[in-house]
Design a protein around this ligand. Structure first.
Ligand SMILES: [Zn+2]
Length: 506
């Protein structure tokens, strides 16, 4: 079945097919790097990640561009407040964004592009608009003439034909009621960074950046453009106007938007104290994999209500999946195979694929995999599972994880790698007790059972478990119990299963 995607432009679900060959050319609006990205931003970036992963899963090649807005009203304002040059200021947040992406298993797009590296492309595009009569200069700035482009409003589905000619807006963000000629190039202001151009010194407006960067890498018409639903107006509407006026061709075939995220039923805002970056959650002891799971679990066109309870449940859901995979790979089963069970695994695969085919319905895809896990566990507990059934279940599970990317238990290693946890220098004897003391922040003030990340490396834990197994073999149960208790203190739970000891972090 073809992948079907909801297109904001046509307001319909459409069968997806790339415009040319087997390659999907897509553009996702990236972060404005003036601060740490918040979890609402990551909801959108994770939706884009599910989209790209599933397109690849379906056999398409990708040419995916994501931008970094490193010059706009916000970046300039904040860099000035910090007393730093714009480039150095935005470098810091780009670096943080790249780390966050790795923590959340967000794949690298084929092109990650800084706006300030594409200024000449923006200038050329503005020049083309001026030459064709779609733009005009006023007091050193250049504006797009909305009245000269009658299709304006096609994405927002609003008739803007009454927009007063000559009324202008200089800010990048404004609402539909204030629609008017918008700024393409802003005249240089005292103390602001600027570039010399044929229309005078200045810097680009936000909207022209994405038009120029997307068409530079993807051509004048491409397949998919995506972002948060708050970008539909004015950002994406303006992108369409600028691009189509300049080229005379359709800009984008499918527009996709992720709905907003709320926290405990309320709009996320700093003033309400419910504003979270990924770092805030890590410092509270939550794991990036749980954040990824939670933010991808709700289909992108539905609002997502973020709660700490939901985050805790996400952690438990991941644990169920990892436990099941552990059983599949480590437990011993009687020889033979069961076609019924293998068909069950195949059916789950078809169901999760059908869910994702349906406009990336991640909730359906999750439901399908958990039904399979439940049936697989039941069959194992009843002794019906056969050695030859492993492959079919593992295959479905691993296919599913190519999209959801939460099965690998690597949060701890990544948090150490990026400096959120200090590498432990503990010895095998003291490691288990030392662990809880060296966590940078957050442990102890998280909610009970909140999925706290402890600071004992996987290798150290494995070493202690090996030592415990040796102690048990030698009949030294006191030592075995001591190691188990020490691990527990460090937040590591040991389970003795038929397949051997399995550990997990609390
Ligand atoms: Zn954009």
């Amino acid at each position: 079945m073809p992948i079907r995607l909801y297109n904001t432009l046509t307001r319909q679900i459409e069968d997806f097919k790339p415009l040319e060959g087997n390659t999907v050319r897509m553009y996702g609006c990236g972060p404005t790097v003036y601060d740490f990205a918040h979890i609402g931003n990551y909801r959108t970036f994770l939706f884009q990640d599910v989209l790209r992963r599933y397109l690849r899963y379906a056999g398409y090649e990708l040419r995916h561009v994501a931008n970094l807005t490193d010059v706009d009203d916000n970046t300039i304002r904040n860099s000035q407040a910090a007393g730093m040059p714009l480039r150095a200021y935005t470098d810091k947040y780009i670096e943080a964004f790249l780390v966050d992406r790795q923590l959340l298993n967000i794949e690298e797009p084929e092109f990650l592009v800084r706006a300030t590296d594409c200024i000449p492309d923006m200038v050329n595009l503005i020049q083309a608009l001026v030459d064709k009569g779609f733009a005009y200069s006023s007091e050193g700035s250049v504006y797009f003439k909305v009245a000269a482009f009658p299709p304006y409003g096609q994405l927002t589905h609003v008739d803007f034909s009454g927009v007063r000619a000559g009324a202008r807006v200089d800010t990048d963000k404004y609402d539909k009621e204030n629609a008017r000629d918008f700024v393409l190039w802003k005249a240089a202001k005292e103390g602001e960074p600027f570039w010399e151009t044929p229309f005078g010194p200045g810097r680009p407006g936000w909207h022209i950046e994405c038009s120029a960067m997307s068409m530079k890498y993807l051509g004048e018409t491409f397949d998919i453009h995506s972002g948060g639903s708050d970008l539909i107006f004015p950002h994406h509407e303006n992108e369409i106007a600028q691009s189509e006026a300049a080229t005379g061709k359709p800009f984008v075939k499918v527009w996709m938007h992720a709905e907003h995220l709320i926290v405990n039923g309320e709009k996320m805002s700093k003033s309400l104290g419910n504003f979270y970056t990924l770092r805030d959650l890590i410092n509270k002891g939550y794991r990036p994999s749980a954040v990824r799971y939670l933010l991808t679990s709700v289909p992108h066109r539905k609002p997502l209500n973020f709660t700490f309870d939901g985050l805790h449940q996400a952690q438990q859901s991941i644990e169920r999946l990892r436990n099941f995979r552990f059983r599949l790979t480590k437990e011993s089963f009687p020889a033979g195979e069961s076609l019924t069970l293998q068909n069950r695994a195949l059916e789950a695969r078809q169901k999760f694929e059908a869910g994702l085919d349906d406009n990336l319905n991640t909730a359906e895809a999750l439901g399908a995999i958990f039904d399979m896990v439940r049936d697989g566990n039941t069959a194992m507990d009843r002794g019906e599972f056969r050695d030859g059934d492993r492959g079919a279940f593992l295959d479905t599970l691993e296919r599913w994880d190519r999209i959801f990317a939460v099965l690998e238990d690597d949060d701890h290693a990544k948090l150490v790698k990026f400096g959120f946890l200090k590498p432990s220098t503990a010895t095998a004897d003291s490691a288990a007790t030392a662990g809880t003391d060296t966590v940078k922040q957050g442990v102890g003030n998280g909610q009970p059972g909140s999925g706290l990340v402890e600071n004992l490396s996987d290798e150290e834990i494995e070493k202690l478990i090996g030592e415990r197994a040796a102690a048990r073999r030698g009949g030294n149960y006191a030592r075995s119990d001591e190691i188990r208790a020490n691990l527990l203190k460090a937040g590591v739970i040991l389970e003795d299963t038929k397949a051997g000891a399995r550990w997990k972090r609390k």
